[in-house]
Design a protein around this ligand. Structure first.
Ligand code: BGC
Length: 422
């Protein structure tokens, strides 16, 4: 691919703390993965030991030719008990930012990527009115310690994800076949699991409000208010930093008769949140596939369509469509904070990257301010409920030795980035 991207374009790859670091034992996920009857395929354990190997991983990213790294800071490490901030943890992230600087890599830092401290869940989690203030207090601590080294901060990853989760659960309850990456067999054991979780969190099973769960409308407001409060608090301590959040967006298409469903879906997944994000400095956009609507709602993936390991359609062209509709609704810079594919056939990842970047390039050529593309993921890692079985990485990891092995797609993507920096 010989396209010229703008100077200073951010060529990145992403990870999230809980998925790569290992031993995140103050987080809610740690508890959920390790209790009796857990619905997780396996626990995250030492993950890919990125907490220890971050420097090597950032060096590798830079050697491949990339110039940006999106990673998350783990709230449960920084504030393992409410109001008690851990200096060792914050200094660890200071070292990660130092390593970025040393290798000329621009950091994009996420302050919340799905996992939360256990104490937050005990205190009402993501349905509690108190959560925005608690989140903002944590953000202020991090940014007053590290903000000078952070150019872009993303408060909350996929703030709208609960809408998709709710849809999947409704689909499952209606007996329809589910096309997304949730382990349906495990979900069937949910009731028992929630009983156990209730005991572990010391709250009633109905009061467990982790981030990756269906939300009430009030709960959705809690999340977006947490973003707005955090943004204001961050700007007070670090007026220079660019603040945004990220959202998970599907390319939304329709066949004849499905137009209204498509329009409603766009509103539900995206447009309704614009009041909360219109004062952000940038928009973090994440896309993995498309949804096609017909007269009766979302259509199942066509039987002849290529599917990813997650069960949804392989559709790299979705990214361009999402950038276009986001740009139309929001007048601000866009960073693609995640885009990628879960596959064991790395040739398909190479093709995915090429096709996705053709779309990004077309958007830029039409004047849309896309500042960067961040591939998910830098490393094969812990795919939440589905454990280590799903492989999104540019770099393979042998977990028995924690050896890193860049795939062909890593060299391919790196070579595009390098040719654009010459
Ligand atoms: C999340 C990642 C996840 C990826 C692939 C995104 O929704 O931010 O944490 O691993 O998708 O499923």
């Amino acid at each position: 691919m010989a396209f010229q991207f703008p100077n200073g374009f951010l060529w990145g790859a992403a990870t999230a703390a809980h998925q790569v670091e290992g031993n995140n034992n103050h987080s809610d996920f740690w508890l959920m993965e390790n209790i009796e009857g857990s619905t997780f395929k396996e626990p995250s354990g030492s993950a890919v030991d990125h907490y220890r190997l971050f420097r090597e991983d950032i060096r590798l990213l830079a050697e491949l030719g990339l110039n940006s790294y999106r990673f998350s800071i783990e709230w449960a490490r920084v504030e393992p008990e409410e109001g008690q901030f851990d200096e060792i943890a914050i200094n660890h992230y200071r070292d990660v930012l130092e390593a970025c600087k040393e290798y000329n890599v621009t950091p994009i830092v996420t302050l919340h990527h799905f996992s939360s401290p256990q104490w937050l869940i005990r205190a009402g989690g993501w349905e509690s009115e108190e959560t925005p203030a608690r989140f903002a207090r944590y953000c202020v601590y991090v940014m007053s310690e590290l903000g000078g080294a952070i150019p872009y901060v993303c408060t909350i990853n996929e703030a709208n994800i609960s809408i998709g989760i709710k849809k999947v659960i409704e689909q499952m309850q209606s007996g329809a076949s589910v096309q997304v990456g949730i382990n349906t067999e495990m979900m069937a054991r949910m009731d028992n699991y929630y009983m156990e979780l209730g005991k572990a969190f010391e709250v009633s099973p109905r009061e467990i409000h982790t981030f990756l769960a269906p939300r009430t409308d009030e709960g959705l407001k809690v999340i977006f208010r947490a973003h707005v409060e955090a943004r204001a608090a961050i700007r007070e301590v670090c007026p220079e930093v660019q603040v945004g959040l990220s959202m998970s967006l599907f390319d939304i298409q329709s066949i004849s008769g499905g137009e209204e469903h498509a329009a409603n879906d766009l509103h539900e997944e995206f447009l309704q949140f614009i009041p909360y994000i219109q004062d952000d400095d940038f928009f973090g956009l994440q896309n993995y596939t498309r949804t096609v609507f017909g007269p009766d709602g979302a259509l199942p993936v066509h039987e002849n369509a290529e599917k990813t390991q997650m069960g949804y359609e392989y559709y790299p062209e979705g990214l361009e469509a999402v950038i276009r509709y986001a740009a139309e609704a929001l007048n601000k810079p866009i960073i693609v904070t995640e885009n990628g594919v879960s596959t064991d056939d790395d040739e398909r990842r190479v093709a995915f990257i090429e096709r996705a970047l053709i779309g990004v390039h077309a958007c830029i050529a039409d004047g849309i301010p896309v500042l960067g593309y961040t591939h998910w993921s830098l490393l094969d890692n812990f795919e939440w409920q589905l454990g280590f079985s799903k492989r999104f990485g540019l770099i393979e990891v042998d977990r028995s030795t924690q050896k890193r092995l860049p795939k062909k797609s890593a060299f391919y993507y790196g070579s595009i980035a390098k040719s654009n920096m010459m």
